[in-house]
Design a protein around this ligand. Sequence first.
Ligand code: SRM
Ligand code: SF4
Length: 522
Amino acid sequence: MTEATTKVSQNKFEKFKSEKDGLAVKAELEQFASIGWEAMDETDREHRLKWLGVFFRPVTPGKFMMRLRLPNGIITSAQMRVLGEVIERYGDDGSGDITTRQNIQLRGIRIEDLPNIFNKFKGVGLTSIQSGMDNVRNITGDPVAGLDADELYDTRELVSQIQDAITNNGEGNPEFTNLPRKFNIAIAGGRDNSVHAEINDLAFIPAYKRVGEAGAQEFGFNVLVGGFFSAKRCDAAIPLDAWVAPEDVVAVCIAVLEVYRDNGLRANRQKSRLMWLIDEWGVDKFRTQVAKQMGKPLANAAPEDEIDWEKRDHIGVYRQKQAGLNYIGLHIPVGRLYAQDMFELARMAEVYGSGEIRLSVEQNVIIPNVPDSRLETLLAEPLLERFSINPDTLTRGLVSCTGAQFCNFALIETKNRALEEVASLAQEVQLTRPVRIHWTGCPNSCGQPQVADIGLMGTKARKNGKPVDGVDIYMGGKVGKDAHLGTCVIKGVPCEDLQPVLRDLLIEHFGATLKKSEALVA
Ligand code: SRM
Ligand code: SF4
């Protein structure tokens, strides 16, 4: 590490990291399990455990959350079954959520069970290592990689290689356990930017480049850097003016992380994400440093990228590039799964598909490799009544962060409220196309309101002089082709007054019409 990292005045996070690396708790799990969560050192319990993907929840003390790593959002039926077994024993406390990074988080976890849980994970090749705090988050890739006839690049292998390099094959890698802050990486492989590349610290976008005198087209990626959301500031990623061949992607990730690790700003955690370093240096200097770290020059970006489609949501039945096979996208309301759901999904993936399950950043599930001959029976499965392939237009694009049920940053409850709100709206209005509504419980923006058609960010509003649950409303988020971030258009709407406001926005901006009975009343 350079002097820049060691000399800065240390905030509380830098201080505890320098005293003991987060990953060190890996060797102490048995001891934590035997003494129990209340007797644990507070910093180990509330912070360092996050290096193993284990999160203390002040809202539910003693019942921890576990965040996995599922590269490219892919999980096998055997892995899904293990997750179901882990949460099943916690009864009503046990549940799982599909996250906005194609990942799964488990709820209700007891510290005394951790050694056993990690053993079970190992048995099926699952890891939760380095999934929280100042580490690289789950690496996202195209959810239909290897299935989509129109894909430009199958992102699966690259995403796995990056995860393996950063986590030392899931065992933990001290090289990357002390970044200045969290770090997000995404690789787009299709034409519709299904990973929201622009909101990642480092993203790779398909782009062809003319090479050699004959001007042959070579496939590679244009590189974007610095995208992030935080309570203080939100920015879309900017071009690094670099194009990399697929075989150089891992090296670029490592070089960018090393430059960020050794030079990123650490004094103020509000200003520690990569974009703040790029601001300070300028993108040219940042680019030069990355090339220097790689030990070879970076090629300039290709003039155009290949993102030219509107974003797909993958819900429904779609033909794969493999003749006679289909992928089925199931809508999982606000991403919430229980043990029985996990068992059912695992069974269905085995009975009808190849035992593989995929997750999308919209918190939904895809079952790939279903032969034509098995489709009809799959579509008659009772689970599809709840996890529909054809949800109503408002529910279809609904995304929600965790919110107050489990997250102590939350200013409002989100998941249940999101479902209730669309159910009420669906009684009032009809739409001819889905509207992507994203809920997020606080300005940290885990539910990505800035990429939504309508984004709702929890806040405290005032009504009759009293503080009440409210939302700031974002609009204009554009995904897929020409992606750009939405902005706040209305501030402080009390949640209890939200429905008419949303109804009017849907009518004014998204072509909604009142249902007959409502129109008559009006
Ligand atoms: Fe997030 C912190 C949940 C995606 C920005 N996020 C948190 C914590 C860990 C806070 C806490 O300790 O309670 C939340 C855990 C609550 C819980 O119990 O579930 C939390 N974030 C989530 C998830 C589960 C939301 C969801 O329901 O899907 C997502 C997990 C993704 C994963 O699998 O790793 C999640 N968080 C995001 C995203 C979206 C994305 O990555 O595309 C963002 C905005 C993008 C970004 O990071 O640039 C996001 N989360 C934050 C921030 C603000 C970061 C900052 O620089 O200030 C925080 C607060 C922090 O890190 O200090 C945060
Ligand atoms: Fe928690 Fe806020 Fe993130 Fe929602 S946006 S999960 S409330 S930190």
